[in-house]
Design a protein around this ligand. Structure first.
Ligand code: GYE
Length: 354
């Protein structure tokens, strides 16, 4: 072999080796190596439920969405999780990576860090609390991964740290709750209200509290005599209501619950205390899960301020648009209603989807 031929062979071999190596890399990122997940997974149930703990990489053919969910504290949240798993999990265009944070921000931060390492295309985050997101969202931004906030908002100075927020106007929900309560009980009645707040530091709790207080503070006959967190759960809502009844029993005219689960817990506490929820103590609640519609239909609660958890379709659309390089709206809102009294609840019940 002469030197020219030797050089040519050397070059061809070198190029082939480089080519094979590059091929290997792409395969690795498409193949979700070393996990129980694979690129063919279209069903979120089969998708990695624990993305926070492994370091597989994202598929390149599908739109890979890493979703960090808060937990499963309420009927609302379960409905939201189902909507997202159904919509993105059943659509072959998507590869959904689902991670449940069990109410802990640190778990959400870990999950996001894993999503970044996996090079997902889009991060969807339902943030448990409003503050403390700067560092991790800067990491996502530096990695060029758009972050879509789902259902709760965050408090950051640099607004470029997230692309969009899909969810409700919680201040408006609080205002609606107060206005409907005043309509129901009359401007001139003297009304003592106890408030069951959601998770401390959550935007859904902060804003529902603010909106309600905005309206109530304008009416001197209405007073919030007690306000405490029931952590958006039935059991805690019941426990806190029991304490309120113990200290203020017959002075309580109305309960304002930041979500239905706490309202349902309060209804139980009131019944066990020997009073009639919906009559002796009026109940206004936010969300609109089936159980509260049933309670209102039975006369045990009075006002439902709807907050829609079925955000899967909006997230899917936003992800497709982002992937196609389109601009998406900064705040994607949903249509929501208010239901008052047994007749409205009965009429709406057959069509309730969550
Ligand atoms: O109202 C409540 C929950 O963030 C809007 O979180 C959501 C709230 C919802 O668990 O039930």
């Amino acid at each position: 072999m002469n030197t020219k031929k030797g050089l040519l062979l050397f070059l061809i071999t070198g190029i082939t080796v480089l080519f094979l190596l590059a091929g290997c890399n792409t395969q690795e990122s498409a193949g979700n190596e070393g996990s129980n997940d694979n690129a063919e997974d279209t069903n979120a149930e089969e998708a990695n439920e624990d993305s926070g703990t492994n370091d597989e990489e994202a598929s390149s053919e599908k739109i890979v969405v890493g979703f960090s969910q808060i937990g499963a504290e309420s009927g609302w949240r379960t409905a939201e999780t189902e909507s997202i798993k159904e919509t993105l999990g059943n659509d072959p265009q998507f590869d959904l990576k689902f991670s449940d944070a069990q109410q802990k921000q640190e778990n959400q931060i870990k999950a996001l860090r894993t999503f970044i390492a996996q090079k997902v295309d889009i991060i969807a985050l339902a943030p448990v609390v409003e503050s403390g997101w700067e560092t991790i969202l800067t990491e996502a931004k530096d990695a060029g991964i758009p972050v879509v906030l789902l259902d709760r908002g965050i408090d950051v100075e640099d607004e470029s740290l997230y692309t969009s927020f899909i969810g409700s106007d919680f201040i408006l929900e609080g205002e609606n709750a107060a206005n409907e309560l005043i309509n129901l009980m009359g401007e001139d009645s003297k009304v003592n209200i106890v408030e069951l707040q959601g998770t401390v530091g959550a935007s859904a709790a902060n804003d529902r509290m603010e909106g309600f207080a905005n309206v109530i503070s304008e009416n001197p006959n209405y007073e919030i005599i007690k306000s405490q967190t029931g952590e958006f759960t039935r059991s805690k809502g019941k426990e806190v209501m029991e304490a309120f009844l113990k200290s203020d029993g017959d002075n309580i005219d109305a309960v304002y619950a930041h979500n239905d689960d706490m309202a349902l817990g309060a209804i139980q506490a009131i019944e066990e205390y020997g009073l009639k929820p919906g009559e002796d103590i009026k109940i206004v609640s936010v969300d609109g899960i089936k159980d509260i519609f049933e309670a209102v239909a039975d006369g045990k609660a009075n006002i439902i301020v709807e907050c829609n958890p079925l955000l899967g379709p909006q997230l899917a659309q936003a992800a497709k648009d982002l992937q196609a390089g389109k601009e998406i709206e900064r705040w994607i809102k949903t249509d929501e209603s208010v239901y008052v009294g047994a007749e409205e609840a009965k009429a709406a019940l057959p069509d309730r989807k969550y």
